[in-house]
Design a protein around this ligand. Structure first.
Ligand SMILES: Nc1ncnc2c1ncn2[C@@H]1O[C@H](COP(=O)(O)OP(=O)(O)OP(=O)(O)O)[C@@H](O)[C@H]1O
Length: 268
């Protein structure tokens, strides 16, 4: 017999540690009226990894994209409520969206390197922003490739095309590119879903290393990945945040039956 859930139940953690980013009553509408996110209020602790999980269509990517105003790029999308970052509601239309995205970077599901050399994939944006000194550009490239754990593999082939890289390497190049502008927060939308298990592990190890310096929010369908790599887990269903807690709690003793069934693969 199918289990029925009370979807009005909520169990939302209030983190004890310093908060890097939070949302208050965040709603996202598509095509003017269709409400895809129904008023999500939650906080992301600094220097921790938070995983957003939930079935397909539950709104994880929509919510993630709202956090650095990427939904602004979608025709007909509208976001209401607050996104609080360093005392500012960055959902305010007066806030410069390019500045927001410098502070809150994003890595997408499919690695999307530019059709340029490995070096240029990182140097390009900085040169365009006015950095002319070759030594400075070299430093930026080296530092960000090191942070993304890619430097040792590519330091002798920086002039080769990024399009010739493996999927895992290309994704780490995209992580390096995101890091090179020195964000505080990195949003990752299923960053390993197009990768083989070894590359997936390497991305997870890189994330664990990066959380010393960054706050990471990741969407994943992979329950093993969420339980291995994240500190906090948020369970979304049908545009609502249902349960949010420490990852160990969500995976071993969640408060709600729906969460337990989802993480153990009984529905969704
Ligand atoms: N650009 C868009 N225009 C209209 N509706 C959209 C758009 N993007 C997403 N939606 C709708 O918003 C809802 C949430 O979708 P979203 O992609 O955020 O869910 P998700 O949990 O990330 O799913 P998945 O795990 O399959 O990526 C769905 O009903 C989806 O059809």
């Amino acid at each position: 017999m199918a289990t029925t859930y009370d979807w009005n139940e909520r169990q939302i953690m209030v983190p004890e540690n310093e908060i890097a980013l939070s949302t208050t009553d965040l709603r996202v509408f598509y095509n003017g009226t269709k409400e895809a996110i129904h008023g999500v209020t939650m906080s992301f602790p600094k220097n921790e990894i938070t995983a957003l999980i939930g079935p397909s269509g539950s709104g994880k990517s929509t919510y993630l994209r709202a956090l650095n105003r990427m939904n602004d790029t979608i025709d007909g999308a509208r976001v209401t409520g607050e996104i609080n970052y360093e005392g500012v509601n960055i959902n305010d239309q007066k806030v410069n969206v390019f500045e927001v995205r410098k502070q809150i970077g994003m890595v997408f599901q499919r690695p999307n390197p530019f059709p340029k050399s490995i070096y240029e994939n990182i140097a390009f944006i900085h040169r365009r922003a006015g950095v002319k000194d070759k030594k400075k550009l070299d430093e930026i490239v080296e530092k960000s490739l090191k942070q993304a754990a890619l430097w040792e593999q590519v330091k002798d082939s920086l002039n080769q095309s990024a399009l010739a890289m493996s999927g895992g390497q290309a994704q780490r190049l995209c992580i390096a590119r995101a890091l090179s502008v020195k964000p505080e927060i990195i949003l990752m939308d299923e960053p390993a879903s197009a990768l083989d298990p070894i590359s997936t592990m390497q991305i997870e190890e890189t994330m664990m290393e990066l959380k010393k310096d960054y706050t990471i929010i990741i969407v994943t369908h992979n329950m093993a990945q969420a339980s291995r790599a994240s500190d906090n887990t948020a369970f979304f269903y049908s545009g609502d945040l249902i349960e949010y807690d420490k990852t160990s709690t969500i995976f071993t003793s969640p408060s709600l039956k729906s969460t337990e069934d989802y993480v153990s693969g009984h529905f969704g």
